[in-house]
Design a protein around this ligand. Structure first.
Ligand code: SF4
Ligand code: SF4
Length: 427
């Protein structure tokens, strides 16, 4: 079905925003959970403060420009949601507010240029990889680059980027394994360029466990990066493309990047008021993280025991834990590897500062959070750090390599599992 997006679909975001604002009783229980409140210590940079600020803008008593510094400083980590006893759906407010006020935002030329570079590279894996390769060459010159571009260069890996992988449209389940169904895989854009091995590992683990994996050729960016910075039209365009690309005849759409998974779960809001809303709802319901799909199995394919015990520090990606409520399945999956012990990072799952393009847009706060996380992880002295989101993995690697301490390995959950299957985990 051809979906039509009318310009007035933006108006459909008003009701969810109003509901979020109305539900807040200003109790303040969310304040201690908010990383920016912890960092900046001001009410205006807390969830409660931001809800009031956004309400005032929507009611016309505060300007978009006055609200901007506080709204921009929000990570979108959604740690405020599980902390809220009134069930305020903050997610329905923050991105919708950004989309609604984006046309009124005044930005400097450098800021506009940076946003153009980001929106024309990261969502397109080959362009992103070319850009990242050029960026690596420019890294030694970062000091003389415009300040707005320096954080982008700082996040690029020092090692050469791996080649992109082209996958066949489908991969069969391993022969001799009991069939468990047919799933479709979203490849993720930054992930395909920065660490394609995560998708290799996902396909290997799924097929070993009896799943046939469909990899739609026309899939694209999930749209989350655009949606979280208020680019509604782009987000809708990406969502519509994926609604057409992913077949309905699969048991699940699998995501292995927390940001992409949460992005697809937001399709009903992104496409609210359009003819695509029911299809968006159906796709969101079919979509789940790789760890969730694997833990639905009665029994995982047998995993060989490790040669030695392995302590894994598991970092909750906000867009997995807070946005999708997925905390236990990745831990259960890792514990299923005989010899693995999970050690918890003692900060209640606070954001590492990655948060989509936040570490590019708000580098100071992002760096403070990244460094805090790296310090806490180091104190645990794990053998391995594991998380379920390419953004978090990049942020953790960047900050763990900055303080001169031992360079701890950082892997995706599904890479750890695949490595255990092939007998190389911890070697
Ligand atoms: S905890 Fe919920 S209700 Fe209380 S101030 Fe925060 S968002 Fe509002
Ligand atoms: S989304 Fe995160 S940073 Fe933003 S208000 Fe909520 S807890 Fe704070």
């Amino acid at each position: 079905m051809q979906h039509t997006i009318k310009p007035e679909s933006q108006g459909a975001l008003t009701a969810p925003m109003a509901e979020a604002v109305t539900k807040c009783v200003h109790c303040g229980f969310c304040l201690p959970a908010c990383p920016t409140y912890q960092e900046l210590g001001s009410e205006s940079d807390s969830p409660r403060g931001r809800i009031v600020i956004m309400k005032e803008v929507l009611e016309g008593t505060l300007t978009v420009a006055d609200a901007a510094p506080h709204v921009d400083a929000c990570l979108g980590c959604l740690a405020c949601e599980p902390a809220c006893p009134s069930g305020v759906p903050y997610r329905d407010l923050i991105s919708a507010y950004r989309a609604k006020t984006n046309p009124e935002r005044k930005r400097s030329l450098t800021e506009k240029l940076k946003r153009t570079v980001i929106s024309n590279t990261i969502p397109y894996p080959s362009r992103f990889q070319t850009g990242a390769r050029l960026g690596r060459l420019a890294k030694p010159l970062a000091g003389v680059m415009p300040k707005a571009f320096q954080p982008m260069l700082g996040l690029l890996p020092d090692e050469p980027l791996p080649p992109m992988v082209v996958y066949p449209p489908q991969v069969s389940a391993d022969a001799g394994v009991e069939p468990q169904g047919r799933v479709a895989l979203l490849l993720g854009c930054a992930q395909q360029a920065l660490d394609p091995d995560i998708n290799d590992a996902t396909i290997e683990v799924l097929t070993r466990n009896g799943f046939e994996v469909v990899i739609p050729e026309t899939q694209g960016c999930c749209g989350a990066l655009s949606w979280h910075v208020g680019e509604l039209e782009d987000a809708q365009k990406f969502a519509i493309n994926n609604l057409g690309a992913f077949p309905a005849e699969v048991d699940a759409v699998i995501t292995n990047a927390a940001g992409c998974g949460s992005g697809i779960h937001e399709y009903p809001l992104i496409l609210k008021g359009t003819t695509a809303e029911p299809a968006a709802q159906a796709m969101a319901e079919r979509t789940c993280d790789i760890s969730v799909q694997l833990m639905r199995l009665e029994k995982l394919a047998p995993i060989p025991a490790l040669d030695r015990p392995l302590r894994i520090a598991y970092h909750d990606a906000c867009h997995l834990a807070n946005a999708q409520g997925v905390r236990q399945p990745p831990r259960d999956l890792l514990r299923a590897i005989p010899g693995v012990e999970i050690v918890e990072i003692p900060d209640g799952g606070t954001c590492c500062g990655s948060a989509g393009t936040y570490n590019i847009d708000q580098p100071e706060i992002a760096a403070a959070l990244g460094q805090k996380k790296a310090n806490l992880v180091r104190e645990l002295a794990p053998d391995l750090i594991v998380s379920g989101n390419i953004g978090c993995l990049t942020q953790l690697r960047t900050h763990l390599s900055q303080d001169g301490g031992p360079n701890l390995p950082v892997r995706h959950t599904v890479q750890a599992l695949r490595d255990a299957y092939i007998g190389v985990l911890g070697k």
